[in-house]
Write a protein that binds this ligand. Structure first.
Ligand code: G1P
Length: 282
């Protein structure tokens, strides 16, 4: 399976930290978020990954590359897992020349993808799911006939509707909607439902033509949700609910919480975190 990981976004929600570092390199405990995303793609069966980067994102490429300066330390236990991960998959990079939206970033991978369906995971979002989320989407894709794109959705609270692509559809099987319409980040009063697109997709290559046929929004960005809406008028698109949890690391509060949660699962850190929480929580 080929997987596209868009990682070209500007990280505005996390300024100033992301002024000179990619948001995909924000650490969650001791790994950057993009590490978890690649790990998740590999666990779902990715053999080839393309990361869409852009200005100021070189640290992402350096992260998955060998570092000769670490020399013998390169054999350190801390790097073993990363080395093992990079041996399991081929990682390629394409630069998006200008920040022109998520659909435009994915379109950069058109020639890499070719004619087969492919996965998309956002470079700033961790999904902790069993089986891995992309595998769940791929299984659904096959169950639904193996011809139509599938995206994951979850219920979002009213206050968050403005931050998500929102889906309208009718249920065709438990947890599966055939999509009728999608709106990117609507006002609450315009939202057709409370089902938000979570940022994991298993798409057919016809998305590329749909992107080409989709006009940019007022800010000059082409939104993937709008392109998927174009696609939904040409062929079926399914939205599925999934088993598991999602962590949007580009959000400061969620980043902090995720660090605490993941550190609590680490026996070497658990006691220190608990002690801190006891102290500060008073
Ligand atoms: C993107 C998508 C949006 C989706 C969201 C999930 O928005 O455009 O449809 O709901 O990811 O995180 P972004 O978060 O990049 O603004």
């Amino acid at each position: 399976m080929k997987v596209v990981i868009p990682a070209a976004g500007l990280g505005r929600r996390f300024l100033p930290a992301t002024k000179s570092m990619p948001k995909e390199m924000l650490p969650v405990v001791d790994r950057p978020v993009i590490h978890y995303v690649v790990e998740e793609a590999v666990a779902a069966g990715a053999t080839n990954i393309v990361i869409i980067t852009g200005r100021g994102k070189r640290a992402v490429e350096d992260y998955f590359d060998h570092n000769p300066d670490l020399g013998s330390i390169g054999e350190a236990r801390e790097l073993e897992e990363l080395e093992a991960l990079t041996r399991k998959v081929s990682i390629y990079y394409i630069r998006q020349r200008m920040p022109k939206g998520l659909a435009n970033a994915i379109h950069c991978a058109k020639h890499f993808v070719g004619h087969e369906p492919f996965g998309v995971l956002l470079g700033d979002t961790i999904n902790v799911c069993t089986p891995p989320l992309l595998e769940q989407l791929k299984t659904r894709f096959t169950e639904l006939g193996g011809k139509y794109s599938v995206l994951s959705v979850e219920s979002v609270p009213d206050s968050k509707v403005k931050d998500y692509g929102i889906v309208q559809g009718h249920e065709v099987a438990p947890g599966v909607l055939e999509v009728e319409r999608m709106v990117e980040k609507p006002r609450l009063e315009d939202a057709p439902s409370r089902l938000g697109i979570t940022g994991a997709y298993f798409l057919t290559p016809s998305i590329f033509r749909a992107i080409e046929e989709t006009a940019p929004d007022a800010t000059g960005e082409t939104q993937l949700t709008t392109a998927l809406n174009t696609l939904a008028h040409q062929e079926k698109v399914y939205a599925v609910t999934f088993q598991g949890r999602r962590y949007d690391i580009g959000d400061r509060a969620i980043w902090l919480r995720t660090n605490i949660e993941f550190a609590m699962r680490n026996p070497a850190l658990r006691e220190a975190v608990l002690a801190a929480l006891r102290e500060y929580g008073r």
